[in-house]
Design a protein around this ligand. Structure first.
Ligand SMILES: [Zn+2]
Ligand SMILES: [Zn+2]
Length: 406
């Protein structure tokens, strides 16, 4: 066990620095980090092939442990625990189910899923009795085997949830037979063109029908808005029309700002920020849709880090785009039963329905993301007072920035 002063920040291993583990209470004080915990986190990093692991809560003083729902004497107060979010190399959050299983294989003494969106995991290196929990179920010890508990095959080479398969459609697909689409089994989600430009009469003529059919058949859907904006003011006008089209509807997937016109891309960052911040202010989870080349040469790092990315890069088996993205459009020539002609095909790498519904975004009412702490040994997500998912996402982004820049 090593003890550090509040301002100390030595590198502890290839992927962790001391400061990531210090107490997040308001008074600066010394903190402890177990070497055993760091070496186990490094093993987890390798085993999951992570791009990064963000520590949302490491050491806690007794007062802070109590403040976030612990009993003031748990593993966090000993420096032997960390609540983490694990990211894959494309920047997607690795499901807590996968992380729990892998942590079990590696021999962590205490493991628990701590959010109902399955994004965060408590890990500790306690000795003696094991503690495998699922905080969202409100009980301390849920299982002796996470594989069985989550229904994950142990022998599968990659127990990571496979990407969801989707399509994106507009009036160009005509009147879609959504029952056939659903029955095809090829479509886990659909991204619907809501409209284009800044005039109120430019809502996609199939949008309302596509939306109501998806809802009727239980196909999770998102939306996109095709931009012709040249200035931030025009992008704001587009956002206003888009919001009027989205009003009263619920979307399990992001709302993407489709920026691909040459003149729009000349001023891309300002347009993306104007559109996405207007959508976010209205409670929507946004993404930037554009081509690989535009992402590389027209969109700034701050914008790509700040908003989710819907990458368009077709006719390749694996995209060579090096940045992060949550959605990938990989073909314009898909063939799906119920749709006449070609259709765009997409993959989603994040569990958007869980993220968006839990956060109460995109028209959904907010649901509780953690079980209220009533019991000793309880562990809640330590994100301070802001526990909504958008806040969590932004906090993660901030943590990532801090990690990359620090
Ligand atoms: Zn403290
Ligand atoms: Zn914890």
């Amino acid at each position: 066990m090593a003890t550090y002063s509040y301002e100390e920040n030595p590198r502890l291993s290839a992927h962790f620095c001391a400061r990531e583990f210090r107490c997040k209470c308001s008074s600066p004080h010394t903190f402890q980090v177990s070497e055993q915990l760091i070496s186990m986190l490094e093993r987890l990093y390798t085993a999951l092939d992570c791009g990064k692991i963000i520590v949302s809560s490491g050491y806690r003083c007794a007062a802070h442990d109590k403040a976030v729902g612990g009993n003031g004497a748990g593993q966090h107060t000993k420096g032997t625990a960390a609540d983490v979010v694990c990211y894959d190399k494309s920047g997607g959050i690795i499901s807590a189910k996968t992380v729990c299983c892998k942590a079990q294989d590696l021999g962590f003494g205490g493991i628990a899923n701590i959010t109902s969106a399955y994004t965060s995991v408590h890990l500790d290196v306690r000795t003696g009795a094991k503690w495998y929990g699922d905080e969202t179920k409100g009980t301390n010890t849920v299982t002796s085997d996470f594989y069985r508990y989550f229904g994950i095959a142990k022998d599968s080479k990659d127990s990571r949830k496979a990407a969801a398969k989707g399509i994106d459609v507009s009036k160009h697909q005509g009147v879609i037979d959504w029952e056939k689409v659903k029955a095809s089994g090829q479509v886990d989600f659909a991204i619907l063109r809501a409209g284009f430009g800044k005039e109120s009469n430019q809502i996609d003529v199939q949008f309302a029908r596509n939306y109501s059919e998806c809802k009727r058949l239980g196909i999770p859907c998102g939306a996109y808005w095709y931009s012709y904006a040249k200035t931030a003011a025009e992008a704001e006008q587009e956002a206003a029309v888009c919001l009027s089209a989205l009003a009263g509807k619920q979307f399990e997937y992001p709302v993407a700002f489709d920026i691909e016109e040459k003149e729009s891309l000349q001023n891309a960052d300002a347009l993306c920020q104007a559109f996405c911040s207007a959508l976010e202010s209205a409670g929507y989870y946004t993404a930037i849709y554009t081509f690989k080349s535009a992402l590389e040469s027209c969109i700034g790092d701050n914008v790509k880090k700040r908003y989710d990315v819907f990458l368009s890069h077709v006719d390749v088996s694996k995209s060579s785009y090096a940045g992060n993205y949550g959605l990938w459009q990989y073909s314009w020539k898909g063939s799906v039963s119920g749709i006449v002609g070609d259709v765009d095909l997409d993959y989603a790498y994040r569990d958007y329905p869980a993220i968006i519904k839990n956060a109460g975004l995109n028209g959904f009412a907010k649901s509780a993301t953690t079980t209220p702490a009533a019991d000793t040994g309880k562990d809640t997500l330590d994100t301070g007072k802001d526990t909504d998912m958008l806040g969590q996402i932004l906090q993660h982004v901030a943590s990532i920035d801090e990690k990359l820049n620090g």
